[in-house]
Design a protein around this ligand. Structure first.
Ligand SMILES: [Mg+2]
Length: 232
């Protein structure tokens, strides 16, 4: 397979048309390998020990629990999982924080947005306790104007109710906003609400192959978004 040497024209962003940049956290700015490993490997391992189960059965049980609240705030609520699973998942986040890190080029992209003078907001489905561990580890909170978690908005991003509520909270103009996420359902909800510039993060984990989408501008790194020139 040959890769194009330059981004195609539809990947070139006209930054003059954009005031607000709304960015997902896990899988867009931060390597989702941490979250995948945490929920699909380490938590099942700990739960297996706690319950005296074989690993496969432990993982199957946890996956069924995750599915039972998919799309609801409980899905990402670390306090909910601490109670339901019987393991302190916030403490376990801290224990494994050496695995938390930026995706390649993410920090440079955030610095570039600052030079361009954009208002940059992280909008995440993640829970405040997880955001706090990740900010402490990476300094992510210091590179953006604000981090808004789904609990502040009251819904997860894939829900249609999320977008008007988030828009009221932040006051962005959907026609002059860019939103980037690795989750297709979240991008579809944003598109239906009318967010004009949508970008899909196709390389959400350092440990998984890219998973591009055809219906969105789908990119495996930040280079196609760096075409805007900072003001002199
Ligand atoms: Mg994500």
């Amino acid at each position: 397979m040959t890769q194009p040497s330059a981004p195609s024209p539809r990947h070139v962003i006209d930054w003059g048309q954009i005031d607000d940049v709304l960015l997902d956290m896990d899988g867009t700015l931060l390597d989702r390998h941490f979250d995948n490993f945490f929920f699909e490997e380490e938590l099942p391992r700990r739960y297996a020990v706690l319950r005296g189960l074989p690993f496969e059965e432990s993982r199957d049980r946890l996956m069924a629990m995750y599915r039972s609240v998919e799309g609801e705030l409980a899905w990402t609520d670390l306090h909910y999982w601490t109670k339901r699973v019987g393991i302190d998942v916030v403490a376990l986040h801290k224990e494994l924080d050496h695995m938390i890190g930026f995706l390649p080029g993410a920090e440079e992209f955030l610095h570039h947005l600052r030079l361009l003078g954009k208002r940059v907001t992280i909008i995440t489905n993640a829970h405040e306790a997880g955001v706090s561990v990740k900010s402490a580890k990476t300094g992510l909170d210091r590179l953006v104007d604000r981090i808004v978690d789904a609990f502040e908005v009251g819904y997860l991003k894939m829900r249609p109710e999320y977008w008007p509520s988030c828009q009221r909270l932040l006051g962005f103009d959907p026609a002059r906003s860019l939103y980037m996420d690795d989750d297709e359902g979240c991008l579809i909800a944003a598109k239906r609400f009318g967010v004009a510039h949508l970008v899909h993060s196709a390389k959400s984990s350092s440990q998984l192959p890219p998973a591009p989408l055809t219906e969105f501008c789908s990119i495996t790194g930040f280079a196609p978004l760096l075409n805007g020139r900072p003001p002199r």
